[in-house]
Write a protein that binds this ligand. Structure first.
Ligand SMILES: NC(=O)c1ccc[n+]([C@@H]2O[C@H](COP(=O)([O-])OP(=O)(O)OC[C@H]3O[C@@H](n4cnc5c(N)ncnc54)[C@H](O)[C@@H]3O)[C@@H](O)[C@H]2O)c1
Length: 336
């Protein structure tokens, strides 16, 4: 089985690539090749199958076509401009998050339609949409059929991507699973340009022995998942039977709703009160204005009961998971 990860040099793309390399197989099928595509060619991954590492722009149809060669059965589309950056630069967000997804759709479509068609089944496309495609704010607990009403450009671009891929699935051009990811914590490395960057920072920075700012009150709740769980969801989405989805390709996976205060208590339980003391209260209305529109909770019944997506770990397990998986590498990367 040939697989392509678009955005394969990013946080989750890299993690998924390492997991595929470790497993050597997806479900009961051996992996025969993996393409990692990102703005800069991602560093190679040691694997029991050939790995191609390509650099290019997701909005460039020729580059995307090269990243999705004939014979590709699964495409994981993670390439994106994240929330605060897409809000600050409307044109960049539109180019990468909308035109990029359109280029992915057309490259996948060309595998089964037109001159490059091989007669193979339409490729599975796993697309990462976001909780940011919804509104509702702190009081919301959204049902599976809740309407997407984005309060920011990034969320709107993700919702557009979902609709495009959903319609392409109906047409038989591809077979999409659109996962609306919660905020994934704890992100390793450095703070990034996502408005939700602080949710990881308030746990990661103290574990590194560094002080950090909390831009929202401790009662502020966030819909979260762990990187370990996000990768499990991707693997499930890459192989699951999509018939039960019908027309509706959008999935709210079973994340966890947690207040910042609960996260800090988990930090304290694992790393002691001195870790918690490194978090300074520093209200930031601009950040709160973006993340404050995102719903803090979902019922996620369909993903949980009908579609077999796995449950979230506890907050303590998430903190412990970061210590086991990422703390040493983050220290090394940041020269700490
Ligand atoms: N991490 C989260 O909390 C979270 C939450 C909801 C949704 N998502 C979505 O999940 C996906 C993966 O998230 P992540 O945290 O790994 O993000 P990330 O920023 O680490 O990775 C995205 C990758 O896309 C690449 N990219 C950006 N513009 C590109 C372009 N023009 N051409 C090619 N590649 C380009 C970036 O270089 C980056 O490596 C993204 O689509 C993101 O929007 C993430």
């Amino acid at each position: 089985m040939q697989i392509t990860i678009l955005g394969g040099g990013g946080f989750l793309g890299r993690r998924l690539a390492h997991r595929l390399a470790k497993d050597g197989a997806l479900g009961d099928r051996a992996i025969t090749g993996l393409t990692l595509f990102d703005l800069q060619a991602p560093p190679p991954v040691e694997a029991p199958f050939p790995v191609r590492c390509l650099g290019g722009n997701i909005a460039d149809p020729a580059a995307v076509t090269a990243a999705i060669p004939a014979g590709t059965e699964v495409v994981v589309h993670l390439a994106a401009v994240v929330s605060a950056q897409a809000e600050a630069d409307f044109d960049l967000g539109l180019t990468v998050n909308v035109h990029g997804t359109l280029a992915v759709l057309q490259a996948c479509r060309a595998l089964t339609q037109g001159p490059r068609a091989s007669g193979a089944a339409p490729p599975r496309v796993v697309f990462t949409s976001s909780v940011a495609s919804f509104s509702g704010g702190q009081d919301a607990r959204l049902e599976d059929d809740a309407r997407q009403l984005p309060g920011n450009s990034y969320g709107a671009e993700k919702a557009i991507g979902e609709l495009l891929l959903q319609d392409a699935s109906r047409k038989g051009f591809l077979d999409a699973v659109n996962i609306r990811l919660p905020t994934v914590i704890i992100r390793p490395g450095r703070p990034n340009k996502a408005a939700s960057s602080f949710v990881s920072a308030i746990l990661r920075e103290p574990l590194l022995g560094l002080e950090t700012d909390l831009p929202v009150p401790e009662e502020f709740a966030v819909w979260i998942c762990s990187p370990r769980r996000a990768v499990e969801w991707f693997l499930h989405a890459m192989t699951m039977d999509t018939k039960p989805l019908g027309l509706d390709r959008g999935i709210n996976p079973p994340g966890r709703s947690a207040t910042v205060g609960k996260m800090l208590s988990a930090l304290e339980a694992v790393a002691g009160p001195e870790a918690r003391a490194k978090v300074r209260h520093a209200p930031d209305p601009a950040i709160e204005a973006i993340v404050g529109t995102w719903p803090a909770s979902f019922t996620a019944e369909r993903a949980r009961r009908l579609l077999g997506f796995s449950e979230q770990e506890s907050l303590e397990e998430i903190v412990q998971g970061f210590i086991e998986d990422d703390l040493a590498a983050t220290r090394a990367e940041r020269g700490l």
